[in-house]
Design a binder for this molecule. Structure first.
Ligand code: 6R9
Length: 650
């Protein structure tokens, strides 16, 4: 990585925070110095945001690295912190969730409601024999019961494992088996793309293959016919009949809260384990600091699915620990029309929107007339997560969603980090389009070279974390060796995130994508992110994915897949002309070495359910191989389209 072309993109635009927001911001510039002066004392103060049944004796036990213990000896209940204490403080009538189903049905759920539903679910799970330490798999659509199920597990100390609704029976059964889940919570189905999409048949198949499941709890959402067996229980006949009285028992700060599987490159997914006290401390703090969350007045909306870590930390735990009011939406952004997201912002007066670059680029493709058709004046802060956000997508977001004035927080983090690690602070940081900027207070991230030496400003290398942080993963479920091997053995004493990054002349961090995706062209390391951003900076391109394909002359050659913007003419000769123009545009922006060998114009790109481009599959196409594992693909028909285009095309 040391050979990375330096500062390929000469991004010079910079936007200071709006003065009014800066003046009232939850967190000011002094937070950095405060945390630098005494990192552990800083996190100890953040832990005081929570209600503890018993204080900790030690902030951090790092005597056996990389196995960390935070807030040693402390005891607390996560659901108590997210619900009971707000109700006890007289906030029971505050709306916790404005929920909207894809067909347009709505529910308004207050903190008192959410508390009651969670207590009932906790009692029902206890009735099914679930006790502290047991694992419960959750396979639900984006309905309030998903949050209730998670909170009910937390309340009784059961460890939840949420699996994306939409993953195959294979993916679900291997996750159930790995965690030996005793109960599965699911629904008959959910609504996606304008029609019911069944879940229960997948659960039936997965459960029949894994021996551990004793009970399946089923929410009725679509009303479609489902097969039934002795181990199945309707949610409305068990949970909704259970007592709403339940006393939350405190658990150890290191009690396992949840397992969340990430797919990784090898076949067996990694069960990332998060625990209680440190996780809730950092998710609560970052929601407060990065989103400047004002629970009395804000209406917050994170568009993530609950099956992604973003849904765990920034729909369920972080916002609810802060007592926030939020929007939750079941369906896809183009059902029944392409303005659905903006219609929801308009209807609920959303003030803070947290979404992914994939959605922003999709909106670019659909054109700015669509957001322009709605009143977005309630918005005051925008966030991005999941992938590097290309500078032009960032500018489009600011211009067409943020009225050319709202701050954008580009938040870098991972399932493994549990909470946001690198991000602007909205009232402090002068942001640069495409940069996640600086590690948050209390976080020590760095960019290092092959030898693990910190690179100077202007240099590129590997992103690492030098010090343990409260919401760090504690291990890979059932596989301590793999935990050490995967994250802690590349560089001595540092956590290796697997991402490439560079520091600009001011020391600000730019993420360059997964190091596995870096291309080696004629001896030069070129990041996929930079070539993609160069393509997206062309006025006719909304979205692009770039891969390195084996090439007899250059080692690897750059192959690009580009989605034209709504307005671009791409038929016949016009398409050929655009491709030629794009190749030259990249060469001009980044240098001739980065000129793609081949560019394909496509309508869609293969993505995971959390919106990440699956470059691995595109590499298979570019190298004429049969496709690898597609179980985490959001829409499998996309690959057929792209493969046939590739064969028929050039
Ligand atoms: C939260 C989440 C983690 C990987 C991570 C990186 C990429 C996430 C990013 C970003 C650049 C950002 N990533 N946020 N890259 N800028 N703001 O996405 O978790 O699904 O585990 O993915 O996503 O490559 O390593 P997860």
């Amino acid at each position: 990585m040391s050979e990375t072309l330096e500062n390929l993109l000469k991004e010079t635009r910079q936007f200071p925070p709006p003065a009014a927001l800066a003046a009232e911001a939850n967190v000011k510039a002094d937070a950095y110095a405060e945390a630098d002066a005494d990192r552990l004392a800083f996190w100890e103060r953040q832990a005081r945001r929570l209600a503890w049944a018993q204080d900790w004796e030690q902030v951090l036990d790092w005597s056996n690295p990389p196995f960390a213990k935070w807030f040693v000896g402390g005891r607390l209940n996560v659901a108590y912190n997210c619900l009971d204490r707000h109700v006890e403080a007289g906030l029971g009538d505050r709306v916790a969730i404005h929920w909207e189903g894809e067909p347009g049905d709505t529910r308004t759920i207050t903190y008192a409601d959410l508390h009651r539903m969670t207590c009932q679910a906790a009692n029902a799970l206890t009735g099914l024999g679930v006790t502290a330490g047991d694992r419960v798999a959750i396979y639900l659509p984006m309905i309030p019961e998903a949050a209730v199920a998670m909170l009910a597990c937390a309340r009784i100390g059961a460890t939840h494992s949420v699996v994306f609704g939409g993953f195959s029976a294979d993916a679900l059964s291997s996750r159930i088996a790995d965690a030996s889940a005793k109960v599965v919570i699911t629904a008959d189905g959910g609504f996606r793309r304008g029609k019911p999409s069944a879940l229960k048949p997948t659960v039936d198949e997965a459960v029949s293959r894994s021996g551990s499941v004793e009970h399946v709890l089923v929410v009725r959402r679509t009303g479609e016919e489902v097969a039934w067996s002795d181990r199945d229980h309707w949610w409305h006949e068990t949970v909704e009949q259970a007592s709403p009285e339940h006393t939350a028992e405190p658990f150890d700060a290191e009690h396992p809260l949840f397992i969340l599987y990430t797919s990784g490159t090898t076949a067996k997914p990694k069960g990332i384990l998060h625990t209680t006290g440190g996780y809730l401390t950092q998710t609560a703090y970052t929601a407060h600091a990065v989103f400047d969350l004002k629970p009395e007045t804000d209406v917050y909306w994170c568009t993530a699915d609950i099956g992604w870590v973003t849904g765990h930390s920034y729909i369920v735990y972080g916002p609810l620990a802060n007592g926030a009011t939020q929007v939750m939406y079941e369906g896809t952004p183009d059902t029944p029309h392409k303005g659905r997201v903006w219609e929801i912002v308009d209807r609920y007066g959303v003030t803070i929107l947290y979404t992914a670059p994939t959605l922003i680029r999709t909106m670019m493709k659909w054109g700015e007339d669509i957001p322009a058709g709605f009143d977005l004046s309630s918005l005051r802060l925008l966030g991005s997560v999941g992938e590097p956000i290309n500078p032009e997508a960032w500018m489009w977001y600011r211009q067409h969603v943020g009225r050319g004035e709202l701050p954008i927080v580009d938040t870098w983090w991972q399932t493994e980090t549990g909470a946001i690690m690198i991000s602007p602070l909205p009232g402090v940081t002068a942001t640069k389009p495409g940069s996640a900027m600086t590690p948050l207070p209390g976080i020590s991230a760095d960019v290092v070279d092959d030898q693990g030496q910190s690179v100077p400003n202007g240099g590129g290398g590997y992103l690492v974390l030098r010090e343990p942080w409260p919401s760090m993963l504690r291990t890979i479920w059932g596989d301590d060796n793999r935990f050490v091997e995967t994250y802690w053995s590349r560089f001595d004493g540092m956590y290796f995130a697997g991402d490439g990054a560079k520091k600009d002349a001011d020391g600000h961090v730019w993420l360059l994508g997964r190091v596995d995706d870096v291309m080696l062209v004629s001896g030069h390391n070129i990041s996929t992110t930079e070539v993609e951003s160069a393509l997206v900076s062309h006025p006719s391109v909304a979205e692009a994915a770039v891969v390195g394909a084996t090439d007899p002359t250059t080692g690897q050659a750059i192959v690009a897949f580009a989605i034209p913007r709504g307005t671009a003419d791409v038929s016949g000769d016009a398409g050929e002309a655009l491709i030629a123009d794009l190749r030259n545009h990249v060469a001009k922006t980044l240098g001739p070495i980065a000129k793609p060998r081949q560019i394909m114009l496509v309508a869609e790109l293969p993505k995971t359910r959390s919106g990440k481009i699956m470059r691995r599959l595109l590499r298979d196409v570019a190298e004429n191989r049969s496709l690898g594992d597609v179980t985490t693909l959001q829409d499998s028909s996309v690959m057929e389209l792209i493969s046939s285009g590739m064969k028929g095309g050039k």
